[in-house]
Design a protein around this ligand. Sequence first.
Ligand SMILES: *Cc1c(COP(=O)(O)O)cnc(C)c1O
Length: 426
Amino acid sequence: MTEPTGPLDLTAHLAQADPRVAELVEAEGRRQFEKIRLIPSENYVSRAVLEATATVLTNKYSEGYAHRRYYEGQQLIDEVEDLAVARARSLFGVDHANVQPYSGSPANLAIYLAFLRPGDTFLSLELSHGGHLTHGSPVSATGIWFRPVHYGVDRETGRVDMDQVRDIALRERPKLIFCGGTAIPRLIDFEAFARVANEVGALLVADIAHIAGLVAGGVHPSPVGHAEVISTTTHKTLRGPRGAMLMSTEEHAKAIDKAVFPGLQGGPHNHTTAAIAVALREAATEEFRRYAAQIVANAKALAEALTERGFSLVSGGTDNHLILIDLATREIAGKPAAKALDRAGIELNFNTVPFDPRKPWSPSGIRIGTPAVTTRGMRPEHMAQIAAWMDDAIEAAKKDDGEALDAIAGQVRDFTRAFPIPGWPN
Ligand SMILES: *Cc1c(COP(=O)(O)O)cnc(C)c1O
């Protein structure tokens, strides 16, 4: 092994073998370093997680589960998967964990396979109100093969209306209820969902993809004890590699395992499993708990600073890592705003807002969050500056002032230099 020379040690050989890909990886590293990354589902993983993903574990086929495999040579892979499972169970306090789903969407599909038959009714949050595609969107397999009915948020409060959830559940008698989503700025009341699910005899599934790190870090209530099945990605606030986990009570363990393999998947991605194990170990530390609390403190500070600058926030603020902004009052649509902000060095995504009068491919809102900037060490006192740049960039976008956007990007580049990211020379 030669001495590593690349900006990521892991790319030293890549630079020789495939200069173009190495160049693109390095450029992406620089882009992630020079921007303020506010996409709430994104993060910066630790150096240890990066290293675990780039290992020889990618070479191994391991269909089946630890100690029950279809291929030989699993002596060490079994230990890796056992570690990841044990750490997931201990961190979240669940009976059972399956760490094999390739990502959040296949994990959710495994839930349908395990518990529903085609055409069965299930209840979930409307996509345009913050739900996820895999919760029954008409363009998703989950909406094509099953029968979704949806609850929404209240027009006035921007929060899920539990009376409405109960009314729909009593009327439609769903077999399964999803709580959770991708654009929810408020706490999820798992207990209230469990009461409705119990009343109608439905299985309650909590999709905590966005908030798993906040749950692990003790700043969001846990669904454990309320939802029998829990789905999560590992790469959002949990700050692990791209992947997912399904967790459940003992009662549903077999059904979930069978649905993931052989129901939907083949061999698990063992390098990812190792990285999930590393991330779960990190998430069990006191440092991670401080990180989770800091995410929320930063989001609250950013929400306040944005409100002071006249931005309109769905539900009026945030309880977690995420802020949903309705730009109607700023007289600009979400998409041109997102593009202008990206040019200004502030990366986020356009998003529908509840009761959006515009279409999903050009909606009224933008969605932001603080997991990534918090990992870099930004704190509440930095949030006013970010809000100011967002405000200025929106005004520049309305005047089509590209120079002003580029000037902000320059200031952002100077600012971000003080906040290192793992895997990039600072
Ligand atoms: C991100 C997300 C998913 C899907 O995860 P992918 O890894 O992108 O497939 C599922 N559910 C929710 C609520 C999510 O936020």
